[in-house]
Design a binder for this molecule. Structure first.
Ligand code: 5RP
Length: 281
């Protein structure tokens, strides 16, 4: 692997642990102002210190993120359909070229392939175009697999889609945790991270992260289970402890609760202050 690509990958996958916490906030590219990301900057800024990379679209990056930020960017470069188009949802093509990704100082580009969908061929051929272009400049490619309601979410499917992504040239695979995940990881020659999926209780999301890491995943690329949490900062710290520090679900949950409770305490104090001030007068 070329030095530049290795260097970019090592900015995302931390060399000391070999793991990564990717924060996915790219949902707007097909879902619009997703719940929790209506004001993307306000949602994301407090989370940046705890994420190893920020995964988002070029529009979100330009409109919401301070260019002075010190975090590697994973830029989504596929898209083309919306959540409203149920028939062709995620029939994606290239929506951002590698030249613009370089202009944005992206450390990685992300592309979704729809293995098994009617239009799999279109997504796969567009994906390989991005791979050719990105590889020429030493930019790593994250292959997003298995998004979409109709995708059979079992280890056999995840294994097939992940292996395809790798053989087509991806450097990192993003997929979903399923029972038997160790088989998915074993048969994939490149690192695997998991998406979080729809919001579920914090404990369940931490369990998925723990199980995925124990099965050989090198991290998470998680969105809604962090930014839609009652305490996004607490949740990302908990996920980080699970991924990088080998924390158990119980330990992760304790981190989450302690941050959440501290935040709640501060909010109560802040509310109480003006009342006291009024009482003095
Ligand atoms: C969609 C994506 C999203 O980034 C992905 O869904 C991750 O977010 P979440 O954890 O909310 O599922 O790649 O194609």
């Amino acid at each position: 692997m070329d030095w530049g690509k290795q260097n970019r990958i090592s900015s995302i996958i931390k060399p000391d642990t070999g793991k990564t916490v990717m924060l996915a906030v790219d949902h707007g590219y097909f879902m619009g102002p997703t719940s929790g990301l209506e004001k993307l900057d306000e949602a994301v800024n407090p989370l940046i210190p705890y994420a190893d990379t920020l995964m988002l679209t070029r529009g979100a990056l330009r409109y919401y993120i301070d260019p002075g930020v010190r975090i590697p960017i994973t830029l989504r470069v596929s898209g083309g359909t919306s959540i409203l188009n149920k028939e062709a949802m995620l029939h994606e093509g290239i929506v951002c070229n590698v030249e613009d990704a370089i202009r944005l100082n992206a450390s990685c580009v992300a592309f979704s392939i729809l293995v098994g969908a009617e239009y799999e061929r279109d997504t796969i051929l567009a994906f390989t175009e991005v791979i050719d272009e990105a590889t020429a400049y030493g930019i790593p490619i994250l292959c997003v697999t298995a998004v979409g309601r109709e995708m059979a979410r079992d280890a056999r499917y995840m294994g097939l889609a992940s292996r395809m992504g790798a053989e087509l040239g991806a450097d990192i695979i993003k997929t979903y945790y399923v029972p038997g995940f160790d088989k998915v990881v074993e048969s994939c020659p490149v690192p695997v991270v998991i998406a979080g999926g729809k919001k579920i209780p914090e404990k369940a999301a931490l369990e998925i992260a723990r199980n995925a890491i124990d099965s050989g995943a090198i991290g998470v690329d998680m969105g809604r289970n962090i930014f839609q949490s009652t305490s996004p900062v607490g949740m990302i710290q908990a996920v980080r402890a699970v991924v990088h520090k080998g924390a158990s679900v119980k330990e992760g949950l304790e981190i989450f609760k302690s941050v959440r409770d501290k935040e709640a305490g501060k909010a109560i104090k802040a509310k109480a202050k003006p009342k006291k001030a009024r009482a003095k007068k």
